[in-house]
Design a protein around this ligand. Sequence first.
Ligand SMILES: [Zn+2]
Length: 217
Amino acid sequence: MNRAEEDYIKTIYELTIEKKQEMIKSNEIADRFGFTDQSVNEMIKKLEKKHLVSFVPYKGISLTKKGKDVAIRMIRAHRIWEVFLTEKLGFSWENVHEDAEMLEHATSSEVLEKLYHFLGEPKYCQHGNPIPNIKGKMEDAISLSLDHLEVGQTFELLRVIDHKDLLIYLNTQHIKLHDQFKIIEKDAFNGLMKVLCQGVEKTITIKTAKMLFGKLI
Ligand SMILES: [Zn+2]
């Protein structure tokens, strides 16, 4: 399987999780990659021949068991490499995505297992995304986003969207995982939230708040 095929499989898997649906439409895949519908359809045909996806006309595309296994293996490799790059090589969290993206395709299962043990079998990457264990089981991704909180509620940040610009912005605001946020004011009309983050008052946009996930405390 080549890298483009693996990326498709991983993307289909991520879309099914994000959208909480079994079937994905080819235009949703095209949107994600910025490809044409036609090139997506050609790739889907190829993947269908390899029994990685199944396609039902007018309904959509889903991963077969074999396809899901490939996706989980890629996600696992990606997140394990992220932990290695940040914890052992000192990369910051906004700079690991591209390297992990390359490494995930180039890692044998033997190297990956050794690396996983070497890192102490981590459960989450630096962005708070769950890492599947060797059997492919993982914790559910935390799904309560900060914009859903009401004034007076407090929240611990446990996961952020792995998006470079967001991560750079969070650095400038000194916001990191496990920080506590207390909502002081919500201005839905202007799309702003005033929060106390680790005791310091900050104003963040609802758009940013939608990319920050955690639990109530
Ligand atoms: Zn990550």
